[in-house]
Structures are given as structure tokens and as C-alpha cells.
Design a protein around this ligand. Structure first.
Ligand code: HEC
Length: 150
């Protein structure tokens, strides 16, 4: 009668567990870096700014939850927060006009939504969407100024 699992199999199964134990040991000794999956915030090499204004602070949390998916890196043709030249003519339209786009969504020539209404998050109130727009505009300008300082 042969055993269902060989010793080699046991080693293969055990290795992920060993890795976890190793990470726990390293964490306990303060050497966590080796196991840290990395920062959860932008892999793009910049941090999204934080503002003390309560409206912008609320806008940031809405933006992080819903708008970031497209507007951080510019997925699906969305203007990325770091793409100042793309934002300049949009910002020039003024906030009241800018509020309308995410509230109603934007369609392409085929009638498909490029940006769904409310960024796809139906639970957001108008005020939360407006706060997210204000946060995005403030961030675009902040990141642009920051880039020019270097
Ligand atoms: C599924 C991707 C996606 C998500 C999620 C998304 N957007 Fe967009 N957004 C786009 C695209 C694409 C455009 C550019 C459309 C165009 O101008 O053709 C855009 C453009 C915009 C603009 C500029 C509109 C203009 O009139 O020039 C604003 C403001 C904006 N988004 C705000 C938001 C906010 C606020 C959220 C979160 C609540 C959000 N977006 C979530 C894809 C997205």
C-alpha cells in the first residue's frame, strides 16, 4: 500500500505555510519589508494629496472609492490626475459644468458610457460627486505645481 502523499508532496504543501510563518517571524522582529506587498496607494510613484478643507477631505474619500479606478492612471480614456494638459480646457469650463459630467455620465459616439452616471456608484449623493470633482480639480492643480517644482 502506498501513501496518498509522498514526502515531496508534503514539502510542496508545507512551503506556503512556512513562508507565512517566516513572514510572521520577520514581522515580529520588525523586518516586515520582505513580506510587505507594497503600498496600497498609487503604484504610480506619487501620493494623492490630502487637504484640510472638510469638503475636499470628503471628496478625497469619495474619489478614492469610486473615481480613482479610472482617473488615477487614465483608464478607458479618462483624464488622469497627472495629465494637466488634458485637464486645463476642462477646468476652464468651470466647476458647475464639470459637476454635470459625472452626475449624468459621458457617452461615446456609439452611445456607450465612457463614464457611467455617478462614476457607476449609485449610492453617491450629488453633493458627494461635487466634492469628488472639487477634490480632483484641486489635486490636478496641486500635482501640476508639485511637478513644476522639481
Ligand atoms: C469607468 C471610468 C470612470 C469612472 C469610474 C469615473 N470617470 Fe470621470 N471620466 C471618465 C472618462 C472616460 C472621462 C472623459 C470623457 C470625455 O471627455 O470624453 C471622464 C471625465 C471626467 C470629468 C471631466 C468632464 C468634462 O466635462 O470635461 C470629470 C469632472 C469626471 N470625469 C469626474 C469623475 C468623478 C467625480 C468620478 C467619481 C465619482 C468619476 N469621474 C469616475 C471615466 C470615468
Amino acid at each position: 500500500m502506498s501513501l496518498p502523499l509522498t514526502r515531496k508532496d508534503m514539502n510542496t504543501i508545507a512551503s506556503p505555510i512556512r513562508l507565512v510563518l517566516l513572514c510572521l517571524a520577520l514581522a515580529a522582529s520588525g523586518l516586515l519589508q520582505a513580506c510587505d506587498p507594497g503600498p496600497s496607494e498609487p503604484a504610480a510613484g506619487f501620493e494623492m494629496p490630502t487637504f484640510s478643507d472638510p469638503l475636499l477631505a470628503e471628496g478625497r474619500s469619495v474619489w478614492m472609492g469610486t473615481c480613482r479606478a479610472c482617473h488615477l492612471m487614465g483608464a478607458g480614456g479618462a483624464p488622469a490626475v497627472t495629465d494637466y494638459p488634458n485637464w486645463q480646457p476642462r477646468i476652464a469650463k468651470g466647476l458647475p459644468t464639470l459637476f454635470k459630467s459625472p452626475l449624468h455620465g459621458i457617452k461615446d459616439e456609439d452611445g456607450q458610457y465612457k463614464m457611467p452616471p455617478r462614476g457607476g456608484n449609485e449610492r453617491l449623493t450629488d453633493r458627494q460627486i461635487e466634492a469628488a470633482v472639487e477634490y480632483m480639480v484641486a489635486s490636478v492643480e496641486f500635482l501640476h505645481q508639485q511637478a513644476n517644482r522639481h
